[in-house]
Design a protein. Structure first.
Length: 449
């Protein structure tokens, strides 16, 4: 179902290139997140790292199993030397005459199978196997981190684009109101109720608002292009963002958030895995002084004089069993040096994790405070819009009745425009504050943004 949805989305993206002017591509926040997770190079690269770590586990496990090889060879020797045992070499009559014989066979063939099983390797193989699983867990946590980063970046870009879209709407409304006010002022000037200065002042204000409107449009285009870049879509594609900024309150407990962050943050998990890897490296380094024990079993069949070979009767069997023990006695203190290096890396890993825990604690507390501030800002800005709208109504009514000056009306209109823009900015700020809080807690995923 998800694949079908994504294919439909991509088809719409392709269609939007050809029919951008006729039908802008409708893009929800959920669609943007899903698309970003399909095209983000860092996230895709992290997925490949997980696949690579999986293969490393298989490779490390292979050291615990027997290694089996099959060998076959056929050899023909030219210029094989001949040995002569002279008469009476071993005493009178032994041998009674010279004996001449070849040092070997001119033609040889051998087919065999060999199995080698490590019985004990000083703990190196099992430790290396554990290390490979830790590397897999490390790659998996890195993937989770990239997953979170991708979602964070695309959601932030989407909110920025929505804010820019709302800013254009505020600017459009301001220009429309200013146009009506210019027309009203000109009518009152023709009736001799206001001075020429009032008309000029209203036109100047309209020009200023039109300039702000163009700037808002440019900002929206820049925000949309950045969003398109993150989604790997054509830069000239037209988007219609279907999700709006809204005030949906979320309540968090600080102490509970700190505990959740300690448990879920991928950075902490990665540092813990790094510490475990450092411990494993210490064990591997120490294993350099331990013995190694191997058992080998080999079975082969061989034959000579291939030109006259009777494959049924002229083959000979040979079986070899071998138990070998190797124990390094002195390696020039190389093992001691490796152990010291591994212990130094372990100590550094422990220090780094302690510093990271402190920084995450600060991050969670900062996100919590920012969320509270953003929540209060939204409420105050919403009240501010209500007051500014009422102020504009009063100003226009009093202006029409000749009880208020043109400048006071313009001030009321400017205050309303700023209040509306401030309200949308506060909504965006609250949305980002929630996003940052979820990220600080380590809970940012595609179903929770």
């Amino acid at each position: 179902m998800r694949v079908l949805k994504l294919l439909t989305f991509c088809a719409a993206c392709v269609g939007s290139v050809a029919f951008a002017e006729e039908a802008p591509l409708k893009l929800s926040l959920a669609d943007a997140v899903e698309r970003a997770l399909e095209v983000d190079e860092d996230y895709l690269g992290a997925q490949e790292d997980v696949a690579r770590a999986t293969a490393q586990i298989t490779e490390a496990k292979s050291a615990l199993f027997p290694q089996v090889t099959i060998d076959a060879s056929a050899t023909k020797i030219f210029g094989l030397p001949t040995l002569i045992l002279e008469e009476n070499t071993f005493g009178e009559g032994f041998p009674s005459e010279d004996i001449e014989f070849a040092a070997g066979y001119n033609e040889n063939m051998n087919v065999g199978i060999t199995a080698t099983q490590p019985l004990y390797q000083g703990g190196r193989a099992w430790t290396a196997y554990g290390v490979s699983k830790s590397y897999f867990a490390l790659a998996d946590e890195q993937l989770r981190q990239k997953h979170s980063d991708t979602i964070y970046n695309i959601v932030k870009a989407y909110y920025d684009a929505v804010l820019a879209d709302e800013a254009v709407g505020v600017a459009d409304t301001g220009v429309a109101v200013a146009l009506n006010h210019v027309q009203s002022t000109e009518d009152r000037y023709d009736a001799g109720l206001v001075s020429e200065y009032d008309v000029l002042r209203a036109r100047v204000e309209l020009t200023n608002l039109e300039t702000a409107q163009r700037e808002a449009i440019d900002q929206r285009m820049a925000s949309i292009r950045y969003l398109l870049m993150l989604l790997n879509l054509p830069p000239d594609a037209e988007l219609a963002l279907t999700d709006r900024l809204s005030y949906e309150i979320e309540i968090y407990d600080l102490e509970e958030s700190l505990a959740v962050a300690d448990e879920r943050r991928p950075e902490l998990a990665r540092f813990e895995l790094t510490r475990r890897l450092a411990e494993a490296n210490v064990k591997i380094a120490r294993a350099g002084d331990n013995p190694s024990v191997y058992f080998m079993a080999a079975f082969s069949e061989y034959a000579n004089e291939l030109a006259n070979l009777n494959f049924r009767d002229d083959w000979y069997d040979q079986t070899t069993l071998n138990l070998s023990v190797s124990w390094p006695i002195f390696d020039g203190f190389a093992t001691r040096g490796r152990v010291r290096q591994a212990r130094a890396d372990l100590y550094k890993a422990e220090l780094s994790k302690a510093r990271l825990s402190e920084s995450i604690d600060v991050e969670v507390r900062g996100a919590y405070d920012a969320l509270k501030t953003a929540e209060a800002t939204v409420r105050s800005q919403k009240d501010n819009v209500t007051l500014a709208e009422r102020g504009q109504e009063i100003a226009l009514a009093r202006y029409d009745a000749g009880l208020m000056s043109n400048l006071e009306v313009l001030d009321a209109q400017a205050a309303l425009t700023q209040a509306r823009l401030g309200y949308y900015q506060s909504l965006r700020g609250y949305a980002l504050a929630k996003l940052n809080m979820r990220r600080a807690r380590g809970e940012l995923d595609e179903l929770n943004y």
